[in-house]
Design a protein around this ligand. Sequence first.
Ligand SMILES: *Cc1c(COP(=O)(O)O)cnc(C)c1O
Length: 426
Amino acid sequence: MTIQERDKNVVWHPFTQLKNSPLPISIVRGEGACFYDENGKRYIDGIASWWVNIHGHSHPYLAKKISEQLLTLEHAIFSGFTHEPAVQLAERLLKRLPINQSKIFYSDNGSTAVEVALKMAFQYWSNQSISKTKVIAFENAYHGDTFGGMSVGSRNVFNMPFSKLLFDVIHIPVPVKGKEQECLAAMKNALKEQDIACFIFEPLVQGAGGMVMYSEKILDELITLCNNKNVITIADEVMTGFGRTGKFFASDFLQNKPDIISMSKGITGGVMPLGATSSAQFIYDAFLSDDKMKTFFHGHSYTGNTTACSAALASLDLFDKSETFENIKRIELQHNVFRQNIKWHPSLIDSRQLGTILAFEIKTKEHTHYLNSIAENISAFFTSRGIILRPLGNVLYVLPPYCISNIDLQFIYTTIEEFLDYTSTS
Ligand SMILES: *Cc1c(COP(=O)(O)O)cnc(C)c1O
């Protein structure tokens, strides 16, 4: 039996309708920005393996640091115990995070980093016996697949089976170009209610919602409105963190700093699962009490996993070298040149870019977004040419590991152009 047949017998894959689905590609090796399948075919990982990979696959330095950690201390309970990698990672993240951030809470992934942020915000109020339980979030948002994450996310086909079980959230329009005033008005209106606990947002780029972008200026205004009404602000930096947008965090573009920040995806360079939620001192202080009921009763078996923390530290070592941000700038520039060349193509509705994220909205006959059948055609077109791009509905995007070579980037661009020509004639 091939590995694909064995897979079909026993494995349930994420986000995949497994009835009549094409067999998954069996990857045996990764190197730099590429994968190799069992037949030796090379694939450029154009989407950084679901937005997690930063420095390339099977990076020798990361592998060395992680294996050293594994042979020293692989994992330890994190309640009542601590260890150097978790402490050092918190110290080094706080140096990179906005100045108002002062504590790090660890979890395992992006959804849990968001759950932790929401629970911190809700309990911040309940610890002070203030009844505030409502959340403001953007329409079209994605904050993960756990119940809290789904609740604050947009209501769509992905969470429809659970819609009755999700808590109430006030969704306001995304302040894309031309919608800023509508968004501000909706925010002001929402803030008239007394019981708003927090406002959660993906700063500057809504990832899963189709790489939808909006300006830092409007986000600064929204945060000011929240600050004036004592509403906690939560930046979900799970996708935007670790250099994706051209700065270390998307929050670095802002004048007003969020109170809580969720991180995951790129935190370990894409090697190990890890989530982290940072908070401002005033949030943390609201949990300090002689009353045990005010404790933050949240944790995971693998909270602060030693090996994952060591992976994150090794990834930060690479960020400390000038090469990483030089690569980010290089990608940013090339994305921009390509976008300027292609943006009037008749197959495009829109194109957008921030940092290393480049997105194209493609004209289709169907009006549905997420389940648009063009997505499968696009994936197949690129996979056959040795490029991994998985569009979000009709939004095709490139979000590569920062080590991608110019040759591979150019190959992605020329293949996109070929695809656009092909869709405009078919
Ligand atoms: C991917 C993502 C999440 C969820 O992270 P997982 O690790 O997949 O649980 C949450 N928020 C944003 C903005 C994301 O892009």
